[in-house]
Write a protein that binds this ligand. Sequence first.
Ligand SMILES: [Zn+2]
Length: 96
Amino acid sequence: MNKEMTMLKKMKHTMKRGLINKENLKAVHDDDLEGFLKNISLYQNITSGKTRCKFCGEKITISNLYAVFPDSGTINVVCNNKSCIPQFLDYSGRVQ
Ligand SMILES: [Zn+2]
């Protein structure tokens, strides 16, 4: 299996789970994280410090953003804190 196929498979799996994280975004959109966040109207909130991590309440910035995910009709975010990532994975697993 070539690299492109692997990436596509990974992306499909991610989309199925409703998870979008920085690694996947980078793989698919290069460095268009800003464009993506603007698309979902999250960029403004993040750059103005209005967005907080669902789990620890830490202020989300472009550099500590770990993932963006749908959460009961809204879009939530999680920071890259070592204690938040496992909580996020557990949470997203339970939601599905
Ligand atoms: Zn957090």
